[in-house]
Design a protein around this ligand. Structure first.
Ligand code: PLP
Length: 439
């Protein structure tokens, strides 16, 4: 009997023993095509020799030095390289061990910023209903996924949730995507006015929504208007690129494609690419300076922040993305994947929408393509599809999301950037086989 506490208590999980490129191998020798990079993590695939070597070299040199006493070479080099490629005024990098830690740190930094600026009444965060920002209490408070939140109610922070930008469901007849984008962004202004602008510290959103929506990109102009509204009211903009950042959408940061820069940016998953647990929160010089010139101390921290081996891995991953020129490859393979999905499932009666950017693609599954009626939750479409795909040797990421009682199912695909055209065909074949079994 296993003594590991798994998330699904009754799951009988195979044991992973190896990884090669886009493949994972279990102890029985079965091979799984990693069509979602786990949960959009393994952007370089498995067994990358350069990243592995960089980790080994760092271990030979120095495994750990507590950041309360010392900084380290890889942490400094990774921060420099991230800032050299970061949008806008982002100037400082706070390293953590994963996505929830990054968003948690972002929420606390926003709060401390306003306290230090002499506006302690700014304590409210505004976020969106269709979002996931992590599983620790602060991050869970920010997220809008009711299924994940419901039993933790009394512990959650006071957060306002506004409607997401969800063109497939909410754009009205006769409205252009641009008009819809501007209208959707106005939900933020309305909420700020409703709760009182002087009480709001920040707005937080995923540029391309991952786990709760299946690669849902914003309508054109949405985030530009969001940025304008934040500026108008002096509210910080926090973008959560834990899933969609690090090249996943075809640019290093997804927000580049929306021509906006946040005050605080969260990354994780693809930063360590599965080789080490690492995340980061990037903030503007203005925010950093407010703390530096105020108390001089960010009231936050974990033992393993800025871990030398994790930052060495992150540095090797970022160098690989840049030096191997993987971003254009993500764009072209992403277009190939989108085309393949459209030609296979474009007319499927249960496929409502096929969407995304780069190698971050989603399929929204519906009971009725014409009315967009979601499946009844009792059919457990997402869970069954995950199981069926796995049996066909495909790892993909089907999820159900709950928004205001509306329930939807989708499949998220986020294969490693090194996936070939032939492997894309194989991925789609296996997904097709699983969908035929379940739908
Ligand atoms: N933010 C987003 C957008 C995510 O998708 C996730 C994880 O899926 C998180 C935060 C939390 O990251 P982690 O699971 O590394 O704590």
């Amino acid at each position: 009997m296993s003594h590991v506490f798994p998330r699904h208590c009754h799951a009988q999980l195979p044991t992973a023993v190896g990884g090669e490129g886009i493949w994972l191998i279990d102890s029985e020798g079965r091979r799984y095509l990693d069509g979602s990079g786990g949960a959009a993590v393994s952007c370089l695939g498995h067994g990358d020799a350069e990243v592995t070597e960089a980790i080994k070299a760092q271990l030979d040199k120095l495994a750990f030095a507590h950041t309360g006493f010392l900084t380290s070479e890889p942490a400094e080099a990774l921060a420099d390289l991230l800032i050299a490629h970061a949008p806008g005024e982002l100037d400082r990098v706070y390293f953590v061990s994963g996505g929830s830690e990054a968003t948690e740190a972002a929420i606390k930094l926003a709060r401390q910023y306003w306290v230090e600026k002499g506006q302690p009444e700014r304590s409210r965060l505004i976020a969106r209903r269709q979002s996931y920002h992590g599983n620790t209490i602060g991050a869970l408070s920010a997220g809008g996924n009711e299924w994940r939140r419901q039993q933790f109610g009394p512990l959650l922070l006071d957060v306002s949730h506004i409607d997401p930008c969800y063109e497939y469901r909410d754009r009205q007849e006769g409205e252009t995507p641009e008009e819809y984008g501007l209208r959707a962004a106005e939900a933020l202004r309305e909420e700020i006015e409703r709760v009182g602008p002087e009480t709001v510290m920040a707005f937080m959103a995923e540029p391309v929504v991952g786990a709760t929506a299946g690669a849902l990109a914003p309508a054109p102009g949405y985030f530009k208007r969001i940025r304008e509204i934040c500026d108008e009211y002096g509210i910080l903009l926090i973008l959560d690129e834990v899933m969609c950042g690090m090249g996943r959408t075809g640019t290093l940061f997804a927000c580049e494609q929306d021509d906006v820069a946040p005050d605080i940016l969260c990354i994780a998953k693809g930063l360590g690419a599965g080789y080490q647990p690492i995340g980061a929160m990037l903030c503007s010089a203005g925010i950093y300076d407010a703390i530096a010139k105020g108390s001089g101390f960010f009231q936050h921290g974990h033992t393993y922040i800025g871990h030398p081996v994790a930052t060495a891995a992150g540095l090797a991953v970022l160098r690989a993305i840049l030096d191997r020129n993987l971003l254009p490859q993500v764009q072209s393979r992403g277009a190939t994947l989108q085309k393949a999905l459209e030609s296979r499932f474009g007319q499927h009666p249960n496929v409502g929408d096929i969407r995304g950017r780069g190698l971050f693609r989603g399929i929204e599954l519906v009971a009725d393509r014409g009315t967009k009626e979601p499946f009844d939750p009792s059919r457990k479409i997402a869970a069954r599809l995950k199981k069926a795909a796995f049996a066909h040797g495909l790892i993909c990421y089907p999820m159900s999301g709950t928004i205001d009682g509306r329930r939807g199912d989708h499949v998220l695909l986020a294969p490693p950037f090194i996936i070939s055209d032939e492997e894309i065909t194989l991925l789609v074949d296996r997904l097709d086989a699983a969908m035929q079994e379940v739908l």
